[in-house]
Design a protein around this ligand. Sequence first.
Ligand code: AMP
Length: 254
Amino acid sequence: MTKIIKTVSEWQQLKRSDKIKNKKIGFVPTMGALHEGHLSLIRRSNVENGISVVSIFVNPTQFNDPSDLEKYPRTFESDVKLLRDLNVDYLFYPDYSEIYADHFKYKIIESDLSQILCGKFRPGHFEGVLTVVMKLLNIIRPDKAYFGEKDYQQYLLIDEMCKAFFLNVAIILCPIVREADGLALSSRNMLLSSNEKILAQRFPQLLKSEKSCEIIKNELEKLSFKVDYIEEIGNRRFGAVHIGKVRLIDNVEI
Ligand code: AMP
C-alpha cells in the first residue's frame, strides 16, 4: 500500500524508523499525470532498491509561462492508483508552502549548459528545476534518483549539480519510452487534440532522419509546427517544438 506523505518532517521521522533505516532508497521525482515513461523509472527503482519513493509536485518555479502551469495536467487519483499497482512504498506529495517556505529566495543557478537549448527559450526554467531537485534530494536523501533521457539537458544539469555540491546520490538515466508511432510519452501529450497527436508523430520521425537540422526545421514549419530549436550537440540531436499551445521536446542519438 502506497503511503502518502505530505510533509518533510513526516518523511524525516519515517526515514529514521526501523522500517526504512537500513534499506536502499530509490527516488523518482515527477510532476504527476503519470504515464509509462514515469512507470519505467519507477519499475527500475523498485528492482534496484529496498524502498521506492515517488514525488508528485507541479513545480511552479520552473514554468516561465503562467498559462502552461495553469493547464498542466493533474490526475492525482489515477496517479495514486498506478503507484499502488506498482507497489510503490511512498508518495511524497507536498504543498507549495512545504517546499518553498523561503518563497524561492534561494536558488540554484547554473551559468553554462542551462543557457542553451530549452534554457534559451524558457528563461529561468532550469533555475526552477535545479532548485526543486536540490530541495527534493535534500529531503528524501535517496541512494539513487532516476531521471528520463527525454529531458536529457535536465539530466545533465542535475547530474553535474549533484557532483558540484557533493550530494551523495547516484543519478540514473533511463531510456525514453515512446508510443508505437515514435512520439515520446509526455504528460503534455494529453493536451493534444486527436489531429494534433497525429501531426506530432512527424516530430520524432524527422528528428531521427538523416536530414540536416536546418531542413528538419523547415519541414516542421511547413507542417505548421512552431520550432524553438533543432540542434546537434555532440552525438545527440535535440528538438523543441510547439503544436498549437503544447510544447514538445525530444532528442535522439545520432
Ligand atoms: P515530469 O513529470 O515530466 O517532470 O517527468 C518526471 C521524470 O520522468 C523525468 O525524469 C522525465 O525525464 C521522465 N520522463 C518523462 N517522460 C518520459 C519518457 N517518455 N520516457 C522516459 N522518461 C520520461
